[in-house]
Design a protein around this ligand. Sequence first.
Ligand SMILES: [Zn+2]
Ligand SMILES: [Zn+2]
Length: 317
Amino acid sequence: MKELVAVLVFGLLLSCRAGGTRAGVELGTDDVSAGASGTDTSTRVVLLGTGTPNAEPDRAGSSLAVVVNGQAYLVDCGPGVVRRAVAASGNGIDALSVEKLTRVFITHLHSDHTLGYPDLIFTPWVLERREPLEAYGPAGLAKMTDHILAAYREDIDVRVDGAEPANADGYKVNVHEVGAGVVYEDANVRVTAFPVRHGDWRQAFGYRFEAADRTVVVSGDTSPCASLVLHAKGCDVLVHEVYSQAGFERRMPVWQRYHSAAHTSTVELAKIARQVQPGLLVLTHQLLWGATPEQMLAEIGESYDGEVRYGRDLDVY
Ligand SMILES: [Zn+2]
Ligand SMILES: [Zn+2]
């Protein structure tokens, strides 16, 4: 009898862990398997790169995908974007197969968010993407694209005119330099760009994705600003950049001035989350400066009691 009770209790615990609500702040990457096994029609967020300019081997450059009905909408293309997308497709998210990478929304032109742009232009083409890439982003994106295509002209000519059976259109890019407002709409999703405050950048955006079942907001790189709170209010998933307050306090004053003008601390993010009340807050672009992920979560948990996840590459939410 004792054994039977023990088995029942154990089973109950397991089922709570798998399907029950988990309140509060949490580390962990168990959402990966939960997301990957979800149906293809549900809207999912796939973190491709949670990194920063620091070249950390386990964190690719800034990039994520909002996946709706088998179509991936990338946000940013930091270094490593295509290989992380292929890894996610290997985890069961077919929309991130290399030849299906056809839409990207760029928050701003900082190199840690765009060094993978040539990769996103050329690698899927070499691997049989047949249609041009549709790229949305701030002023300057057209010029950046022209320069990249010019830099790789020899490669394009050899592949198109030589013996390799390369298709004629897959390397092309339709650039859409956008302003604030609705920038994209199809049967799956409506995408709104909103201005954020990121140091000296004249134009930097966050993006709001509205699908039938979920609304996802991506902060991009930003210091606290009213526009983000307005556009993120009540969303299902808010993916937000963050730095550790304790780590910040150890920085040189010159860097403190920069970071407080360009990025968001854990203390500030907790306040933002209280105003926005997202269904789930996912941390990305984490700047730790010696703090641990657990400490970062604790800093937020001091004044925010909603659901928070410490995002890692290839997590699915
Ligand atoms: Zn950045
Ligand atoms: Zn930036």
